[in-house]
Ligand binder design. Structure first.
Ligand code: ADP
Ligand code: MG
Length: 220
């Protein structure tokens, strides 16, 4: 069975149908890009897979767990245990320095903070942002902020790394660097990587490309 299975998933907001019957599978430790025009349902699909929102109908299962059957607490636990999120805008907390931001998922989840710190320091070294750890997010450049964001998303070694336009506010050079980092880190962590983008220069780095249009996957 695939690591992530999405079966006939629909999502309706008020009267608008954002997803109109999505069927797609993602295999463990593989890497995918989902392309499609703005409004085609890419973010909605990603949020449902990540347990940030719930489908109106259909089934999503991740690692054999059917998200539909999880209550709110169990869904929060699923996110903390399984999922790393990276969005276009970083959502680092402005009142905390970068290291504290990185350790937040471990603290919230009651996980091993020392292990998260050890990994965080290693990744900061690899991503060349060690000098940023004591700084506050506003003191960093956009590219540095996004790298801190990536470290935070990986801090609990998630099996699923979900990225929504991760390079949307970066210049083309940083965009390429961040895309390559996501790919190599996902490989190292044996995580399933799903990147949503409308940017062909990001999409071209992926062998497995899915296309969404009007709330459906139209090509695999
Ligand atoms: P994409 O990420 O491909 O740009 P989205 O998944 O954000 O597309 O949106 C798909 C459709 O669902 C759009 O028509 C959008 O306006 C609608 N939509 C998304 N989120 C909401 C929401 N929270 N409330 C109402 N409509 C929404
Ligand atoms: Mg979107």
């Amino acid at each position: 069975m695939s690591f992530v299975t999405v079966t006939n998933v629909k999502k309706t907001f008020a009267k608008a149908e954002a997803l109109s019957g999505v069927d797609v599978n993602f295999e463990a430790a593989e890497q995918y890009v989902i392309k499609g025009a703005s409004g085609s349902g890419k973010s909605t699909l990603l949020y449902l897979i990540g347990g940030l929102d719930r489908a109106s109908s259909g089934e999503i299962s991740v690692g054999g767990k059917n998200l539909f059957h999880l209550g709110d607490d169990a869904l929060a636990l699923y996110r903390n245990n399984f999922v790393g999120f990276i969005f276009q805008f970083h959502f680092l907390l402005p009142s905390m320095n970068c290291l504290d931001n990185i350790l937040l998922p471990a603290k919230i989840g009651g996980k091993d903070v020392n292990a998260a710190k050890k990994l965080g320091l290693e990744l900061a070294e690899t991503l060349k942002v060690s000098h940023c750890l004591e700084k506050f997010p506003y003191e960093l450049s956009g590219g540095e902020q996004q790298r801190i964001n990536i470290i935070r998303a990986l801090s609990l070694r998630p099996k699923l790394l979900l990225c929504d336009e991760p390079t949307g506010n970066l210049d083309s050079e940083n965009s390429k660097i961040v895309t390559n980092l996501l790919k190599s880190l996902a490989k190292e962590f044996k995580a399933t990587l799903i990147v949503v983008t409308h940017d062909e220069s990001v999409a071209k780095h992926f062998e497995q490309q899915l296309v969404m249009s009007d709330g459906c996957i139209v090509s695999k």
